[in-house]
Design a protein around this ligand. Structure first.
Ligand SMILES: NC(=O)c1ccc[n+]([C@@H]2O[C@H](COP(=O)([O-])OP(=O)(O)OC[C@H]3O[C@@H](n4cnc5c(N)ncnc54)[C@H](O)[C@@H]3O)[C@@H](O)[C@H]2O)c1
Length: 398
């Protein structure tokens, strides 16, 4: 269990925001507020048909007093079983999914029953995929517990796990599109997050800001940059607005291209991969560290995305999709958010590029990159010139 540090909120008049999500396969809503998880049982009770058994998949990082309290309230109304996970990219595996499927089978979950995920992005991705696989798919409710999972991973229905092949870890290579029935983001949970993990979530917010114009919020990036100081204190009211605006951006994009099938020219859901092809490659390198302190390796997902955003901005400059200066502006806002802007112990750019070519988003063996192409907007670029990608990777070299 992690140390139970709590940062106090001073925000008055805290409100709850509900964001509707309407992808073709399932309509649901995300509720964002403070203290919402206290009413988890009431939300589950309202599901139609009402489940009788609930299998909770719980992140070990959440202080057990908090997780136990939330589950205890569920036990008053439902038969509750649970699996506890210690999240890691290595453990985001089919073996872990298998273990949870066994737990659910032993608990006699039926097709009308429910999975509740209570955790960060890894637990959410695994729980969603387990729900998608069990008896060919049962409902799940996602209760994200990290900033990254609240602003991004908890909505949109991408679920899955990694695949290890020899020395290489293939990120999110196995999975399913399986939307949750409901998302409850309780910012109270963020008070126990360590500073590094908290800040890692801001990378996905800055990513959403860079595509905001294509999802009806071209003010998201300047607004986010303007509230970074208040976010440092984990001000609940600002966090709720931040999470809601980020979910709205994602909802808009996923609503029109749920399964990432849009043509390159249309962008669609692929736009959400901005920074990720660079980021996923460096995230899987165990020696790469966010500072000169080797022990801080490997990078967290959000940290790798931050570095990937810098590479993408630099690549866009080199290809003249945007004017010079964007890369420095992106670097500045990420640095202000307390995110890494330099990767330490990075191998050669050619080695990073080779890993990028193994990304699942390649098409016809050719790289596809999402790159900034205007003010708060991006485009999908197929088969970018090798020299530009290599030079872009150098932008994060120590
Ligand atoms: N499905 C999607 O659309 C999507 C989008 C973005 C990222 N992801 C995935 O999300 C994962 C990253 O998620 P993450 O950044 O949440 O990391 P994570 O799931 O690894 O969690 C980070 C750490 O925080 C701990 N933790 C969780 N909640 C806590 C709390 N309330 N208090 C204290 N500690 C807590 C966890 O135990 C873990 O040690 C990656 O695997 C990435 O691929 C998925």
């Amino acid at each position: 269990m992690k140390s139970c540090k709590r940062m106090d909120s001073s925000a008055p008049n805290i409100r709850t925001i509900t964001v509707p999500l309407e992808p073709p396969s399932r309509r649901y809503s995300a509720m964002i507020g403070s203290g919402l998880l206290g009413a988890l049982a009431a939300y589950v009770d309202r599901l139609q048909p009402r489940p009788s058994r609930v299998h909770a998949i719980v992140d070990e990082g959440i202080p057990s007093v908090v997780a136990d309290d939330r589950l205890e309230r569920l036990r008053h109304s439902f038969v509750v079983s649970s699996s506890t996970l210690q999240p890691s990219e290595e453990g985001k595996s089919l073996q872990t999914v298998q273990a949870m499927l066994v737990d659910m089978t032993r608990a006699n979950l039926e097709r009308g029953d429910l999975v509740v995920a209570l955790g960060g992005g890894i637990v959410g991705d695994l729980a969603g995929f387990t729900a998608a696989s069990y008896k060919r798919g049962i409902r799940w409710v996602n209760c994200p517990s990290t900033l990254l999972s609240m602003v991004d991973a908890s909505v949109g229905g991408k679920t899955g796990c990694n695949l290890r092949i020899g020395n290489s870890l293939k990120k999110n290579m196995v999975g399913a599109f399986w939307q949750p029935s409901h998302v409850l983001a309780d910012v109270e949970l963020l008070r126990w997050l360590d500073e590094r993990t908290y800040r890692a979530g801001l990378a996905e917010c800055i990513k959403h800001g860079l595509i905001g114009a294509q999802a009806g919020d071209d003010e998201l990036l300047p607004w986010t940059a303007g509230v970074l100081d208040r976010l440092s204190t984990r001000d609940s009211a600002v966090l709720i607005e931040l999470i809601a605006r980020n979910i709205q951006v994602k909802a808009k994009i996923v609503g029109t291209d749920e399964r990432e099938e849009a043509a390159n020219a249309a962008g669609g859901r692929a736009l959400l991969n901005l920074g990720h092809t660079f980021g996923h490659a460096i995230e899987t390198l165990p020696q790469v560290s966010p500072t000169s302190v080797k022990e801080l390796a490997p990078l967290q997902h959000g940290e790798a995305v931050a570095l990937g955003l810098i590479c993408a901005a630099r690549c866009a400059e080199l290809l003249k999709l945007v004017g010079t200066g964007l890369c420095e502006r992106v670097r500045h806002v990420l640095g202000h958010a307390g995110l890494p802007v330099i990767a330490h112990n990075l191998p050669t750019s050619a080695e990073v590029l080779e890993l990028m070519q193994g990304d699942k988003k390649t098409s016809g063996g050719k790289l596809r990159l999402v790159l900034p192409s205007g003010e708060h907007q991006c485009s999908v670029i197929a088969d970018p010139p090798r020299h530009a990608v290599l030079e872009a990777i150098d932008a994060i070299r120590a």
